[in-house]
Ligand binder design. Sequence first.
Ligand code: CO
Length: 615
Amino acid sequence: MTVNPIKITDTTFRDAHQSLMATRLRIEDMEPIAAQMDEAGFHSAEVWGGATFDATTRFLAEDPWERLRTFKNLMPKTPLMMLLRGQSLVGYRTYADDVVESFVDRSADNGIDIFRVFDALNYVPNLEVAAKAVKKNGKHLQMAICYTVTEEGRLGGSIYNLDYFVSKARNFLELGADSICLKDMGGLMAPYDAVELVTALKEFLPVPLQLHLHYTSGMASMTALKAIESGVDVIDTALSPLALRTSQPAVEPLIVALRNSDRATGLDLDKMLEMGDYLESMLPKYKAELETPRAAVIDAKVLRHQIPGGMSSNLVSQLREADALDKLDDVLKEIPRTRADLGFPPLVTPMSQMVGSQSVSNVLFGRYTMISEPVKEYFRGNFGTPPSAVDEDLKAKIVEQDGGNEREAPVRPGAILDPEMDSAREAVNDITSNIDDVLIYALYPQTGLRFLKIKHGIEPVPDEMKPKTDDDQPSTSPSHTPPTDMSANARRFNVYVQGQRFEVVVDPVDGANVVTLSSRIPASVSPTPPAAASVPSGSLVTGDAAALLSPMPGMLVSIAVEIGQTVSAGETVLILEAMKMQNSLPAPIAGTVKELPVAPGAQVAKDDVLAIIAP
Ligand code: CO
């Protein structure tokens, strides 16, 4: 009966856990079914790229390259796919061409067969270097068009209409695409819009068309079916324990739905169920990461706010860290406004993080009081041409901060950057000369360097980066070995929960970096709320001094001033990396810098004092 089987790409090992559990799945928890996955008959498996590179180095103390090699060894038959953000690779900014070329070379050498390459703005020049590098390595170049809509929520309108997607597909073919993918990261593609899009693209495309959906809004299973009926060649799904919600549609119902049709998958349901059983038995230890406060499996509001899955879970964790989870609704309302100010970019990485973080800071500190460095770069044209007009007042504000000089936007943002690989090699040469290590540093100079120190034994693996155990219960055994980095201040306590005794060790965090307000501001002066509306929150102003407080947890990247220096209000005092963005924190008042209690490179908590300025 089957004449044109639909091909399936499994995303369980990458996008599925990126969407549902902030990319925290460790390789050792995927290895047990990797060989079964290889035998299952998938067209390809997406196992790498996207946020996995950042998450492994930042949170898991796991070498991302080693992860890829492990998959390659365990899955020799199934083509392995990665998601690559064009000139932004697996990072959040535009990298120099030599970094792009080297990263693609090493990804190919370490095991990637299919490169799914996209640009957040669908800006063609940003894809040129990556596309050329993939072709040079003789690998499959899949070029993905980010699918998005504006407020009306459907295909059409003045920006994201059928002509837009057709012309992007033609542009991408010219770059040598071996296949085209429609990438609907927000779960916004409606079933009958998929019919229109797939029909129009299949009419002229000489290469396969793949569809990548997120279930978020609840439409994806319907959209998948209509796209399959309309002739799409390949579709992305995940095993059911990591499907639906903000992830991909589940593979199991699709197998049955298409059975005996001319598009039957050819996949064996029982094999899927077996692998699903494994995931069900393994995932409980990730309960915290998988936890959601919502009753609904779908997020019907996404049809209005258009925020992709990974972005929603990031927003929640950012707000939780900033102790402002109650502001979530405000942030969801702010996002469309911020997006409009930026000319309606598709909400996909890095644009989704930029719009998301800027919206968070707009809500927490006032609109554009604090503009992240990437958003400034975007307005300078260094991410490419926005899909439509940006807010002119905001642009003028950024030009003013640049000293009044409007910079000329480059045709291809990567072209204006000097090569970066040599200085990256230099920066880590006392730790490593391994090219894959150098690339980790080139991609993420702060968190990457920290990872390399951990990897090479210069720093111990922090507790929070250590693997979860199957039994996440506290140990009742008194012989349980305490962590080696425990301080002399640690105290043991017995804790009784429902009659059961648990031994708990409490080790106070080193107080050296924590500066209490009372010890820094004269006790005679009681803190009063800021008088002027222009003073950003995140600072505490008293009669005698103003403390610049860390608005959220992060890492102090650099300090722009010195003790004794006079600053004007609004002048950049320091750069804080928070929410994966570098943010310049302005002086709350004009005055003299009295104290800078935190050194660059240090992790800071929300409300830590970063500077004291006296008028
Ligand atoms: Co996705």
